[in-house]
Design a protein around this ligand. Structure first.
Ligand code: LLP
Length: 433
């Protein structure tokens, strides 16, 4: 749940990457998001090495949507990861960070012509075709490209997964990919195979996020490979590259026990081998796309406590200086988090409180129920496992300033994204006079 370097120093202050969170709050203010470089690198390396150990022709592409800054891409690039992007904006940041274009794949269920052109001009390694319109647009673009555009087809394998409805993507009724059942995926293969300038190298699926059970992913691999076998038979298309996407869950609270990267990669490698064996297919290149599992545990959100409002017999609201503008997940998915008092080793009678945000919305509650020692105004509250899908989904609701991001390592803190200012809030705002 916490970054691997987390400790309490002799004054009882929480410390990450060798830096006291009290010192970070003093230097950068709160709310602030703290990323531990060691955890980030370790997660990236663990996934890459674990997969390579059991399936040598493989790659790990980080899903940029989980959290994207230039420095993070630079670190993950150094660790040998590729990058998955879903928009022109993510692509631009990935390129700016120096990620080699060949290592970038463009996803999206409604890519614009401009985004596809941007990807083709940059020379990205792969475009994942989601729908008929992608094929229409790519076919035209390919006419002006000197080399074929490499594509994978995203299929919808019709796999049910155990996760929140809003982050489940493999069911028959989904806006992502083309369903195998009913023949739409097959029709796309027929078209792609007959389109000059497009090189269909294989198939992709992503069945959901924050997954704890490997079974859904195995079913998805089975469906991908069965589909690949039948497309080889019908259209002579060889499956040279396969991706079951990402979705590997992480611990948010004590007692959460997600499979380890080794569990995931073993299960996936076995599933690919077994299915290819069954269908007498050569082993394809394998790409996995973890997002949350790389950055989630590396990030800690640090807030200051302000008002503590006790409603006798009802509940105590401990309000912090952030909330749904920097972390929408509790409001959107009923996501559950834990927290600790960061500025002191707290003692005293523990009791249940709610951690409320500061925004004008009753639903702006970061933690519905948490048992904590007495918390008072001025305390610092740290929320672990805040590295994924918090800042990447942040907003300026109530004209909130997006918090800064600090990278810590070996006792040093480095600002990698500054706090927004009031000027930033009006940078795109055009007055009448
Ligand atoms: N690949 C594809 C094609 C995806 O759509 C996603 C996530 C990933 C990889 C990475 O999934 P991860 O390993 O991070 O679970 N905002 C939600 C999660 C949305 C995930 C969307 N797609 C949340 O906060 O839980």
């Amino acid at each position: 749940m916490w970054p691997v370097t987390t400790t309490r120093n002799t004054s009882g202050e929480l410390q990450v990457g060798g830096v006291s969170l009290v010192d970070l709050a003093a230097e950068f203010g709160t709310p602030v998001y703290v990323y531990d470089e060691q955890t980030l690198r370790q997660n990236a390396r663990t996934f890459r090495e674990a997969l390579a150990a059991v399936y040598p022709r493989s790659r790990v592409a980080y899903a940029a949507k989980a959290f994207l800054t230039t420095a993070v891409v630079q670190i993950l690039c150094e660790e040998g990861l590729g990058l998955d992007v879903v928009s022109g904006g993510e692509l631009a940041v990935g390129l700016r960070a120096g990620m080699p274009p060949r290592e970038i794949a463009l996803h999206g269920n409604n890519k614009s012509g401009a985004e596809l052109r941007q990807a083709a001009d940059a020379g990205v390694g792969m475009v994942i075709v989601d729908n008929e319109q992608d094929i229409d647009l790519l076919a035209v673009l390919a006419l002006n490209c000197s080399e074929p555009i490499t594509v994978m087809l995203r299929i919808n394998p019709g796999v049910d997964v155990h996760t929140h409805r809003k982050i489940s993507t493999g069911l028959a009724d989904s806006k992502f990919g083309l369903p195998v059942i009913g023949g739409q995926a097959e029709a796309a293969v027929a078209r792609l195979a007959g389109t000059p300038g497009l090189d269909l190298v294989g198939y992709h699926a992503h069945v959901g996020s924050q997954l704890f059970d490997c079974e859904a992913t195995v079913s998805s691999v089975d469906a991908l490979i069965a589909f690949a076998a039948s497309m080889r038979e019908c259209y002579g298309v060889e499956c040279r590259h396969l991706s079951p996407g990402g979705g590997f869950g992480i611990a948010y609270r004590d007692g959460d026990r997600p499979p380890s990267p080794q569990n995931w990669t073993n299960v996936l490698a076995d599933a690919v081998r077994a299915a290819c064996d069954r269908h007498a297919l050569p082993l394809p290149m394998l790409t996995i796309e973890p997002g949350r599992a790389i950055v989630g545990p590396a990030g800690v959100a640090l807030y200051s406590v302000g008002s503590v409002k006790e409603l006798p017999g009802i509940r105590t609201y401990v309000a912090v200086d952030g909330g749904m503008a920097d972390n929408l997940r509790p409001s959107l998915y009923e996501a559950e988090y834990s927290a600790e008092i960061a500025n002191r080793k707290a003692a005293g009678d523990e009791r249940e409180v709610a951690i409320a945000g500061k925004y004008c919305e009753s639903g702006d509650i970061l933690i519905e129920r948490i048992v904590l020692p007495p918390v008072t105004s001025g305390d610092l509250l740290a929320i672990p496992a805040a590295g994924a899908y918090c800042l990447s989904m942040a907003s300026n609701y109530n004209m909130a300033l997006k918090p800064p991001v600090v990278l810590v390592n070996d006792g040093a803190a480095r600002l990698i994204r500054r706090r927004e200012t009031f000027d930033d809030l009006v940078r795109c705002d055009i007055p009448l006079r």
